[in-house]
Design a protein. Structure first.
Length: 447
């Protein structure tokens, strides 16, 4: 029996537990009961930079990069910049020894301006424009991942020197797990299906181009994949395909890029992908597949995005109003919403919410945290517990918002996009400032 069992009233004197699976590693409560991340109180961020603001814990990002490198010492880890791309992010991950995957000329420009070595950049995209391919060539990117027959011709004719390329194939592996997004199956826009010989045809066309130096194959199975066996199955299919290339063309491909999609927990019943299990599954699959096909082990590349930054990010909001609907729900309305977090509407994503600016007292009640936008579906979290006395002016924090939030944000209702504030060792600095109404007006022509 614990003290809490004997004196249940003590519970209200305690700060609620912050799930370490969801919050950045450097999250605590201070002596006032405020939530701090990276040694900075989130309510201080709200006061100084306004709300909503995205907060990113630099040491958490670096820690995740190091964990990947420790667990996969032989593999190349390429951070998928689409998850969150700023110059600071690009430089942190590069300093931690990661390569970088970009999927547009914009992401490429940010990476280059952060000083990332272009040879460590991998260029993706199912519809790269000729201008983007030229930008990639001019920058000297290390590898371009080819994703269409048109690209083979456009890239081949734009080059006057050899360019290392991979071909993106779909191994037809359905990762239909809990909340997973599937891109490894044949009938979708990415990659060349292995079945029906489309991958073979693309590979042949690449080999016919004198300036395309085919060094490997790429696949990306989807997002939020929880079961490592899917990656094991992908290794088997991809090595079989690489052996087929050797059989048909006498070429030994030396790189196998298995993409990203490693699941993280957002709380509730989400199960993260166990990276140690992933390492041993990939290792075993490589041993078996290479032995079966008498094919030399290729170098493995992994491209995690979400698993590097999702948990490093927290969004802070200010409560604007609290509305109790007779016979209905209690809505806690905040000053952000679907413009800074479209994932709830897009993917039915679920988030937890915490009171960040004070020690909560009294009972917790179930509420809906609603956004400020003119859509009834603009709800950030449904049926989440918050203190019954939550009131206008309070600061709420939503963890797990580091990946695919800033990048997917819009200025819906002419609400400018939030700033990104990096926190580290007790200090905060603005990585990206808030988008203002002047920014939005500047895009309009004069009357
Ligand atoms: C080619 C490729 N690599 C890596 C990723 C990163 O995925 P995640 O953030 O789920 O790890 C994506 C995401 O769409 C992708 O398309």
């Amino acid at each position: 029996m614990t003290l809490l069992d004997i004196f249940p009233s003590l519970r209200s004197a305690m700060s609620p537990r912050l799930d370490p699976a969801v919050w950045p590693i450097n999250t605590h409560h201070d002596e006032h009961g405020r939530i701090t991340v990276g040694g900075v109180a989130l309510s201080d961020v709200a006061d100084q930079y306004g709300t909503p603001s995205y907060v990113i814990d630099e040491l958490d990002v670096r820690h995740r990069c190091r964990t990947y490198r420790e667990i996969f010492p032989e593999a190349e880890i390429a951070y998928a910049g689409k998850a969150l791309m700023t110059r600071a992010l690009a430089s942190w991950v590069s300093q931690e020894g990661l390569a970088l995957d970009v999927c547009s000329a914009g992401e490429l420009t940010i990476a280059l301006s952060a000083g990332v070595d272009p040879r460590r950049i991998i260029m993706h995209g199912n519809a790269k424009t000729p201008a983007e391919l030229t930008a990639a060539i001019d920058a000297g990117v290390g590898r371009i991942v080819i994703d269409s027959y048109t690209e083979i011709v456009v890239l081949g004719s734009a080059l006057d020197h050899k360019q290392d390329v991979l071909v993106r194939v779909t191994p037809d592996i359905d990762v239909h797990g809990h909340r997973a997004v599937r891109t490894g199956v044949a009938d979708q826009k990415f990659g060349f299906p292995i079945d029906h010989g489309q991958a073979d045809a693309a590979i042949k066309r690449v080999l016919d181009q004198p300036h395309l130096n085919l060094i490997g194959l790429h696949c990306h199975l989807g997002s939020q994949i929880t079961d490592p066996e899917h990656f094991g199955a992908a290794v088997h299919r991809m090595i079989a395909q690489m052996a087929q290339v050797y059989h048909d063309h006498g070429l030994i491909l030396t790189e196998l890029n298995l993409g990203g999609g490693h699941a993280v927990s957002y709380g509730f019943d989400d199960v993260p992908l166990d990276l140690t299990q992933l390492a041993s599954t990939v290792e075993d699959a490589l041993d078996e597949a290479c032995a079966r096909h008498r094919f030399p082990r290729p170098k493995i590349t992994l491209e995690p995005g979400r698993a590097i930054v999702a948990r490093s990010g927290v969004t802070v909001y200010r409560v604007v109003s609290v509305k109790h609907i007779e016979g209905g729900r209690t809505f806690v309305c905040v000053d952000g919403g679907m413009s800074d977090n479209p994932r709830v509407c897009l993917y039915a994503a679920r988030y937890s919410v915490a009171l960040a600016n004070r020690h909560p007292v009294g009972a917790q009640v179930p509420v809906t945290v609603a956004g400020r936008h003119c859509e009834s579906g603009d709800e950030l979290a449904v049926d989440v517990p918050l203190p019954a006395d939550v009131r206008p002016g309070d600061v709420l924090a939503i963890p797990g918002t580091g990946a695919y939030h800033h990048g997917l944000a819009s200025s819906y209702n002419s609400v400018g996009r939030p700033p990104i504030i990096a926190v580290c060792n007790g200090s905060a600095r603005e990585l990206i400032r808030r988008e203002t109404i002047d920014d939005l007006l500047r895009r309009e022509s004069s009357l």
